[in-house]
Design a protein. Sequence first.
Length: 150
Amino acid sequence: MNTTPIANNSINLPDGRKIGFSEYGDPLGTPIFYFHGTPGSRLEAGRFNEVTAIDHCRLIGLDRPGMGLSSLDPERTLLSWATDVANFADSLSIKKFSLIGHSGGAPYAAACAYAIPDRLNSVAIVSGMGPFEKPEAQIGLATQARPNHF
């Protein structure tokens, strides 16, 4: 299985922070943004490299703030992530796209569905993890995997 990205980079957001990404599949294909689990990174999307190439999809794995190649954002919220995603899409001249949120990436996909529905073709949540509003939802997570706030 080939999991080598066709692009592995970061872009600058309007506020100067960076967002890391890795791109897989067909660079001219239908754009799909992949939100990794917790813990995880943009490289998780590499598992789907071969199928996305066959299906002519442009799968782009994004690092959330403070993970992988992305700058930390101590003020981040689920809804601020939606703004980051819209700015990221603008930087690549992508008007509409789909989302896949896996595990810990699921709440972020749901936030985008709420905040930027006009930019989205579809949203898929795979093995979605619920929000961490209650302390018992964080039982069993490594300290570094626990969000500082949502």
